[in-house]
Design a binder for this molecule. Structure first.
Ligand code: FNR
Length: 186
């Protein structure tokens, strides 16, 4: 492990105590030595509007998001499951980044998806939907290992720090594998 990798982390939840954002922060803490994760907040990304999706009108936050994706070697996505799918927040951001289809910053971008749920399903359905969306954008998803954090409340402390030791170990291994996956797909 010697080559430096830059990763852009995005969370599909905007709430202050988001456990998915907390999982991203834990990733920043536990990441391999040569991997740097920058978290980009999606709170300023407006609803997708095709009338604004051109050079003259592109919203600033969208422009910045697209530039950050281009400047990163890979994407680390943490999203809750809303109604058995990804959140609208995440889908909306991906919709913006997906155009123009012939020159999208998502094209051939390696990614890993993970998630925390409050219950027992661990965002399985949301992650599967994300893989479907990513495939349309020719993104390269890491298949294994997977991370499904169940019973979210019990895995973090009151400061939203990941305290569950088995989950920390799993996340560490996941991030090491993602480093290798990113390198292989540059
Ligand atoms: C949910 N939640 C949820 N959970 C789940 O396992 N399957 C689901 O389909 C849904 N659907 C859903 C819809 C909506 C509108 C909300 C607000 C919530 C629960 C949700 O995944 C849980 O609250 C997560 O912990 C939220 O993630 P953050 O905000 O902590 O990152």
């Amino acid at each position: 492990m010697s080559e430096k990798i830059k990763v852009l982390g995005i969370s599909g939840s905007l709430r202050k105590h988001s456990k998915n954002m907390a999982l991203l922060r834990a990733s920043v803490e536990l990441n391999p030595e040569n991997m740097e994760i920058e978290i980009f907040g999606l709170e300023d990304i407006p609803f997708y509007n095709q009338d604004l999706d051109n050079e003259d009108n592109l919203p600033k936050a969208v422009q910045m998001f697209k530039e950050k994706i281009t400047a990163s070697h890979s994407l680390l996505i943490a999203s809750p499951e809303y109604n058995h799918s990804v959140t609208g927040i995440l889908k909306n951001a991906i919709d913006w980044a997906s155009t123009p289809y012939s020159n999208s910053p998502l094209n051939k971008k390696p990614y890993a998806v993970m998630g925390v749920s409050g219950g027992a399903s661990g965002t399985i359905r949301s992650q599967l939907h994300f893989r479907q969306i990513a495939a349309e954008n020719n993104m390269f998803g890491m298949n294994k290992p997977e991370i499904y954090v169940t019973m979210g409340k019990s895995k973090f402390n009151e400061k939203d720090e990941l305290t569950d030791e088995p989950t920390r170990e799993r996340l560490k291994k996941f991030l090491e594998a993602f480093y290798e996956w990113t390198l292989r797909n540059l």
